[in-house]
Write a protein that binds this ligand. Sequence first.
Ligand SMILES: Nc1ncnc2c1ncn2[C@@H]1O[C@H](COP(=O)(O)OP(=O)(O)OP(=O)(O)O)[C@@H](O)[C@H]1O
Length: 228
Amino acid sequence: MIHMKNVSKRYDNGSIALSNINIDINKGEFVFIVGPSGAGKSTFIKMIFREVLPTEGELIVNGRNTLAMSASDVPYLRRGLGIIFQDYRLLPEKTVYENVAFAMQVIEAPRREMQKRVNSVLDLVGLNDKLKSFPSQLSGGEQQRVAIARAIVNNPMIVIADEPTGNLDPETSWDIMRIFERINKSGTTIVMATHDKTIVDTMKKRVIAIENGRIIRDEVKGAYGYED
Ligand SMILES: Nc1ncnc2c1ncn2[C@@H]1O[C@H](COP(=O)(O)OP(=O)(O)OP(=O)(O)O)[C@@H](O)[C@H]1O
């Protein structure tokens, strides 16, 4: 699913964000990426959806070589991925329904299929009573649920999330994590960068810890490993 071989990233200003990363993430895994601030977690996540390109090494995502592909191939890579950010990134002028449907319109899905699927994912995240609301009328947790619905509406193989609970209170964070768990149980791979010690320690998933751009720990049923 995700294969990184000797991957390094040096930004244009000389800052080395990742050094010699070797990792494989397989279908159906749930992986937490942890580490101190500035360790390279976001860079790791951004490389998977080709927001950032490695300066060295090999990176294959869903069978696609992200370094060898042309710019016109990037949308095809991203169709296989669901991407979720800390700040939700919804379209403010569109309703809940429209935000999710838009992701299917972009790939020109048939209209009938679209209505069924949008309703089904909004049901999964528990928002079928808010279809006509606008993002500004929703709580943070509800906005994140819309973002998750949007990310999974096209049935991605991999869901990538960068600090998805970073702006949410503990109880709402758990609601969100239960949704991720359900998505993972249906076979979708999840890769999530997080600073949430309680969540990582409780869920006992694979934990990859990055420090100073290097992987210093990779455990099957891992723990957060840092104080908050
Ligand atoms: N666009 C950029 N240009 C230059 N340097 C960058 C850029 N983005 C990140 N860096 C640097 O790369 C290193 C890793 O940053 P990254 O954002 O990947 O860390 P992080 O682990 O996600 O941090 P945080 O937990 O604070 O979000 C840092 O030293 C950072 O300053």
